[in-house]
Design a protein around this ligand. Structure first.
Ligand SMILES: Cc1cc2nc3c(=O)[nH]c(=O)nc-3n(C[C@H](O)[C@H](O)[C@H](O)COP(=O)(O)OP(=O)(O)OC[C@H]3O[C@@H](n4cnc5c(N)ncnc54)[C@H](O)[C@@H]3O)c2cc1C
Length: 261
């Protein structure tokens, strides 16, 4: 059950380099591990930066909370240098997560573009607990082999994993939506399915075009956008929806795709 966000002082338990420029940071928090839902995010104060930086809850095991992040600029570069034992100021859990409302009977498709895979491992763990084995697919798209992360995590959670790379160095050449289109072409139109996505906005647009052909498809997408306060006050992260502007930090980051297009 998601509760009110709290500001917490935690200690870094680990910060492992998993790929060039990609790190998995962990810390222990009873509160966040109990109250975070897939798709929620944590706002982290990083040294030498004024604004906090948002990161999805990547996974939770016991009281350990994991964040998977890519080094992009100043904040994430500093964060990559955080060592075990260092204290960290975090606010969370924040935002509206994935709904997880259909327990099992449908085809569950997780689709990621690059580091968009981060929130989807925790989601896969939760779906796996409720869903039918064999009905869960993970389609993971990356630039090249060197960027591939989390493949094993999805396999361990009994997901059938499909990989695409832009340069064709592993899996199918192209992006993850190409694989989605191919897989769905083998399913009847009336199939009940839930699609959960995180990645660039262009990817969501393409997913929407594909999913629209299936009247019983529901699709939720998690947006990444520059954020200010993360608490719904500053309006730096608004997105245009069919019913007006919404704040990604408070009304999202997860939206039903039908709210957008
Ligand atoms: C709800 C939410 C969840 C997120 N979860 C994750 C996560 O789990 N793992 C992860 O690696 N990243 C995640 N991000 C993106 C992450 O917040 C940014 O990468 C981070 O703030 C960059 O900080 P920086 O100081 O290193 O980069 P900056 O110096 O601030 O920016 C460097 C470059 O990074 C890009 N960038 C910065 N902020 C964002 C942003 N919010 N969205 C997209 N691109 C950005 C821009 O291209 C920019 O030019 C998430 C963003 C949101 C809004």
């Amino acid at each position: 059950m998601k509760k009110t966000a709290r500001q917490l002082k935690v200690k870094v338990a680990g910060n492992e380099k998993v790929k060039e420029n990609i790190y998995r940071l962990s810390f222990r928090s009873d509160y966040l591990s109990k109250h975070s839902l897939p798709g929620n995010f944590i706002h982290i104060k990083i040294e030498n930066t004024v604004l906090r930086r948002p990161f999805s809850v990547h996974d939770i095991k016991g009281d350990k909370v994991y964040v998977l992040f890519k080094v992009r600029g100043k904040g994430t570069r500093f964060l990559s240098e955080y060592k075990r034992g260092r204290s960290l100021d975090v606010i969370g859990p924040l935002g509206r997560g994935f709904s997880l409302k259909v327990p099992g009977e449908s085809l569950n498709i997780i689709i990621a573009g690059g580091i968009g895979v981060a929130p989807l491992v925790f989601l896969a763990r939760k779906i796996g607990k409720r869903g039918q084995r064999g009905n869960n697919l993970a389609i993971l798209g990356f630039e090249n082999t060197g960027d591939i992360v989390c493949e094993e995590e999805f396999r361990r959670l009994a997901y059938k994993v499909y990989i695409s790379t832009e340069d064709g160095s592993r899996g199918e050449k192209g992006n993850s939506v190409g694989i989605l289109k191919r897989i769905l072409s083998g399913y009847p139109e009336e199939t009940f399915m839930r699609i959960y996505a995180c990645g660039p906005k262009d990817m969501f647009f393409e997913i929407n075009k594909t999913a629209k052909k299936f009247p019983n498809a529901e699709c939720e997408v998690s947006f990444e956008q520059f954020m200010g306060c993360g608490l719904g006050v500053c309006c730096a992260c608004v997105i245009e929806t069919k019913t007006g502007y919404r704040k990604i930090c408070r009304d999202g980051p997860v939206f039903d795709i039908k709210e957008i297009w």
